[in-house]
Design a protein around this ligand. Structure first.
Ligand code: NAD
Length: 497
């Protein structure tokens, strides 16, 4: 796929059909160059209704609903194979749309394919359960699909986040209406094409790009949608949760973060400084798990901050397809505006900008939404730059005096997604890890992920878990069965005959 100005707007997918005749389009701007990439057809509320009905019809077809686990696994493995075959195309869709560097985009395709393979293996091996009886019967727990799942994704890592949702939801036997963010519509569309080509029945995976504020409510509130799986910002998540509460359907929410990354004086400081640099600047800081609040024990604070400044200076900010590029642009010009507003606000309140705090001087990058790796110091944990998620390459550095002071500051935030601890003392690592209010704790490492490990947040960072075996169960509802082994009815009061 190249830039395609003047070509027909790209279609989306409902019931296996490509929809091209729409009243409005999304004009997609490349954040690295400011140029138009292409136009994409935008779904209306009418398309949402059609997509949900298509998913409902396809999901209730016995051929899909009762598909044997090994057959379902074969389909998922075929999707993984096609993702690898089309890896350049998928990676390019993401790179053009959110400016992520090429190597990271390719890695995300490989990881997305691995997620499908994990779900294939899991669904073949995850069984029903026999539960202990309290009478002459067999009691069983079985797991069934919800029906139609609305999957709503953000723009920062569309390949990874879409695969997390659709691999598990397909493994669990649901029908899906996927609404990608309007900044990143085509990764979802291409994954929809791959699923169709792999043999997933038409209507099981529908992809309807469009603005969340225009079509989001229609999707979440549609009476046939029985579950919502949402990744995005906390405010939209709260709104979706309210609607889901009214409908009495589950909403899995993967939301924002402002994660504490903690370095004690006894840590391997070189490794910790390397990790602190990667934890915030990888993906240009547009990662929900970014280690955006750095807490360093006061006696090594100056030393560690100097080490991170040196590393940040060496990072290569460049066009996403430039060989060796480490940071691309922000995913949109509006996102960079927000980052600038936050950093300038802190500066005006007296914060020290130790490095960055501006756009790069390189003329080749002037038309893109670039912003330099930035370290902000001289702030308190209660300041808005340390409390609000920025979703950009901005590290807030703060010293701490002792373990109690650290835990109080680390937990003093509305979010609770991830955290990292660097120390040579394993007992302290255990104590701090258990005290942190976060869904994930990395100890002497950061941002290690596994498709086999559950992922999700505490507090305002979300509800429910994706990935791992729990992530498949998320997309299933539980049914308990009692099966009598007696020729008489043994339950309740006795009937006189
Ligand atoms: P966003 O909340 O603005 O949008 C996310 C998705 O929701 C988009 O598809 C958007 O169109 C849609 N949407 C918007 N309004 C809606 C509505 N009323 N009803 C239904 N859908 C609606 O988030 P964003 O700016 O795209 O993404 C950045 C946010 O995502 C950050 O807060 C980041 O931390 C979070 N995020 C979380 C995780 C995680 O796993 N916890 C992963 C990545 C990103």
């Amino acid at each position: 796929m190249g830039t395609a100005v003047g070509l027909k707007p790209l279609p989306f997918l409902i019931a296996g059909e490509w929809i091209q005749d729409t009243p409005s389009h999304i004009t997609h701007i490349n954040p690295a160059t400011g140029e138009v990439n292409y136009e994409v057809c935008a779904a209306t509320e009418g398309h949402i209704d059609a997509a949900v009905h298509a998913a409902q019809k396809a999901a209730s077809n016995p051929g899909w609903r009762n598909m044997l686990p090994h057959e379902r696994a074969r389909l998922l493995n075929r999707i993984a194979d096609l993702m690898i075959e089309r890896s350049d195309l998928l990676a390019r869709c993401q790179m053009l749309e959110n400016g992520k560097v090429w190597k990271e985009c390719k890695n995300q395709v490989a990881n997305g394919a691995a997620t499908f393979r994990f779900c294939a293996a899991a669904i073949e091996t995850l069984g029903s359960e026999i539960t202990p009886p309290r009478g002459n019967y067999l009691s069983m727990t079985v797991y069934e699909p919800w029906g139609v799942v609305a999957a709503i994704t953000p723009w920062n890592s569309p390949i990874t986040l879409t695969c997390n949702k659709i691999a598990a939801a397909l493994a669990a036997g649901n029908g899906i209406v996927l609404k990608p963010a309007s900044f990143t519509p085509t990764c979802g569309i291409e994954l929809g094409r791959i699923a169709l080509d792999a043999g997933v029945p038409p209507g099981i995976l529908n992809v309807v790009p469009g603005s969340g504020s225009k079509i989001g409510d229609a999707l979440v509130n549609h009476p046939l949608v029985r579950m919502v799986s949402f990744t995005g910002g906390t405010e939209v998540g709260r709104r979706i949760s309210e609607f889901a509460g009214k409908k009495i359907i589950p909403a899995v929410l993967e939301l924002g973060g402002k994660s504490p990354h903690i370095i004690f004086a006894d840590a391997n400081l070189k490794a910790a400084a390397d990790a602190a640099t990667v934890a915030i600047f990888e993906g240009t800081g547009q990662s929900c798990t970014a280690g955006s609040r750095l807490f360093v024990e006061r006696k090594v604070y100056d030393q560690v901050i100097s080490m991170i400044i040196e590393r940040a200076k060496s990072l290569r900010v460049d066009l996403p397809d430039a060989p060796g590029a480490q940071l691309g642009p922000s995913a949109s010009f509006s996102q960079r505006e927000f980052i600038e507003k936050m950093v300038n606000g802190a500066r005006n309140e007296g914060a020290e900008i130790l490095i960055g705090g501006q756009r790069p001087a390189d003329a080749r990058l002037a038309k893109g939404a670039f912003y330099l790796p930035t370290i902000v110091a001289g702030i308190r944990n209660t300041s808005s730059i340390a409390q609000q998620e920025i979703f950009g390459p901005v590290l807030c550095a703060m010293p701490f005096d002792n373990e109690d002071d650290l835990i109080q500051q680390a937990n003093d935030v509305s979010y609770g997604l991830a955290s990292g601890i660097w120390t040579a003392d394993y007992k302290r690592a255990w104590r701090v890890a258990r005290a942190l209010e976060a869904g994930m704790v990395w100890i002497n490492t950061y941002k290690q992920f596994s498709t086999a490990a559950p992922f999700g947040g505490f507090k305002d960072s979300g509800l429910g878990r994706e990935k791992g075996l729990q992530g498949i169960r998320t997309y299933q509802q539980v049914k308990t069965m009692f099966w009598s082994m007696s020729d008489t009815f043994d339950g309740g009061f006795s009937i006189a005959k």
